[in-house]
Design a protein. Sequence first.
Length: 483
Amino acid sequence: MKTSSLALVASLVLPSCTTTTTDPAKVEQTKAGETKAGDAKAGDAKAKTGEKPEKTRRPRGKQIPAPADVANPPADANKTESGIVHKTLTPGEGESPGDDDSVKIQLTAWTSDGATIETTDGRKTPKLVRMGRPPVPGLGEAIKLMKVGEKARFWIPPELTYKGRKGAPEGTLCYEITLEEVLRAPPTPEDVAAPPADAIKTKSGLAYKVLEPSKCEAELAAAAEAKPDPEDVAEAKAAEAAKPEAAKPTKVCGVKPDPWDRVRVDYTGWTTDGKMFDSSVTRGRPSTFPVNRVVPGWTEGLQLMVVGDKTRLWVPEELAYKGAPGKPAGMLVFDVELHEIDEQPEPPPPPEVPEDVAEPPADATKTESGLAYKVIQPGTGKVKPTEDSVVEVHYSGWTTDGKMFDSSVTRGKTTSFPLKRVIPGWTEGLQLMVEGEKTRFWIPVDLAYKNQPGKPAGMLVFDVELIKIDPPKKGPGSVHGHP
């Protein structure tokens, strides 16, 4: 194994507030246990109309005592044009964040009646906020007013927070924030609009340029010449021996990844107008993924790199997202630094394309629904699954032009699923099989993906081997027939 991979944490999950507040209860108890006259009348009026008296919603989560000015900003506070009121509690000396940066902050937020809706108090790590995608608009604007090391209090109006969203905290919210660190976004490349003359272009149209060649061999040579403390060496060896084999990293110099390997990288991506749309750098952690499970331009580009290389890729649209809705459009530019390669076993070769992939042969059986099938290899089992069964299978799928779009065989791993949770052609077809059987299905479009965007279109052909039938798994709160 060349090296071990780290878990991929690709994106910031924005926390949702779990508490809403209402006005204080209308009926207040006196020391004698009697209600005040005015409040009792209000309660009587509601009783007459049949309305239920309002209840105070108790705050949930850890509660931090609110500042005295939680509902009313002090006179010496400042106000922005957008309506955010702010006051510095402890000055900072560092830099302020920019639009593409991310920040690490300590934060507590209250509603105007003093209920805590969010806090990092007691957490092991600070909150990470991407300035381009803050949880609420006003929070991003507020943090941009701060410097590293600063502690400030903000009063953010509802139109800059949850905008009256149902179930969300209401009214002006008070935030107390300490800005601990700014994760700077890499600068936009000067050649972001087009590859420079010294970039190398491949036959596919991918262009690339090595920005920083690997120093891997020099680093390993320097480490070999160093004379570490013998006790440190023994301790490190003991710790390494205690790790499972799959978790032991091995830094291999001069080796390029294969398509089936996993890699750990840092990267930043821009559109050709210089707008950054993604970056592992501003998330504060590298990303890990299989080389062949990303856009084609990445799959090709990563195989040109060795561990330690930092390379810029100009990926044409046909090798990127191909105009997919919601994805960055046009040619994309990426700066990629390859940290590690996690070598994986080479998968078996893909199955051969069926000769009858274009249409069912004359000896295929056709059901009333339009599904056609042909048994390729008889099974040894006696029982057939029901629609409530969970099945384990190997499969490969092709479009009618012979293009394979999915295969558990090439992944080297079977897959399991409940029959109720797949396309109708699979639900029907698998119930015709027994364990050990291998069958080819021709599934018409109305029993497949019905030409949904991003899915294989038209009639689809599958070779399916039924490995095992499991009874439906049920448990508290589970969906019937779902594992």
